[in-house]
Write a protein that binds this ligand. Sequence first.
Ligand code: 5EF
Ligand code: ZN
Length: 260
Amino acid sequence: MATWGYGNDNGPATWVKSFPVAAGTRQSPIDIVPTAAKCDTKLTENPLTVNYSPEPAMELCNPGLSVKANIKSKSVIKGGPLEGEYKLEQFHLHWGSADKQGSEHTLNGKMFPAELHLVHYNATKYSSFGEAVDKPDGLAVFGIFLKISDKPHQGLKSLTDVLSEVQYKDKSINIKQEYNPVCLLPDNINKYWTYLGSLTTPPLCESVTWIVFEEPIEVSEDQMKAFRALCCGECGSAPIVDNYRPPLPLGNRQLRASFQ
Ligand SMILES: NS(=O)(=O)c1c(F)c(F)c(S(=O)(=O)CCO)c(N[C@H]2CCc3ccccc32)c1F
Ligand SMILES: [Zn+2]
């Protein structure tokens, strides 16, 4: 089976052939239309809480379609739309070949240059990420929009400064100095939208409670260039760009907002 990707012959429109759930009723991403969101006070009565801890040795890898940081320490989230405690497993990004595109979720049809995903699994109910990945309440993913500013994002700088060391597929490095993923979150995490969705890459499991923050984080153009310099394969292969799935219909799902 030809491996899936983001090209013309293996991109999002072809995934349904090998992953029929691509045509399911709770697929991600979606276009977020704030006026269509229902403000739900239950989300604020039980506020989303993030207890991230420093990562002693984080592994950064280039699996060929994105860049992924695997997490070992006990960083957990709970509250908001979540029942139980969800443990941080990994984070990764999706980005464009130009600033006009790159994010997976869109805001009133607008794409951001990139989107950061922090992937958590339901550690209260399941014993591993692998067990949780295909359960309806298995995963919770933070979606954070990236926007361009003239200053680099300090939290991402520890990663963008070393991306050249994982330029080629299957390369990985250990980030030695302590790294607390909390530095990746926007200042205000009390304003978010949430809905029931899926992984945005194959196997597209409908197992994700999405939490998309209203406040973007700001990155520099040079940091975007560092992501766009990553390669899909070995030396000389195409750059990893436009690794985003376009939005799917919300259908009869309820998009909820934690704020007015
Ligand atoms: N977008 S998302 O948050 O719904 C999302 C996930 F939630 C998730 F769990 C994964 S996974 O760890 O690789 C498991 C499925 O392969 C991916 N896999 C992506 C991320 C990085 C990468 C690299 C190669 C192949 C797939 C992926 C993912 F894009
Ligand atoms: Zn993702």
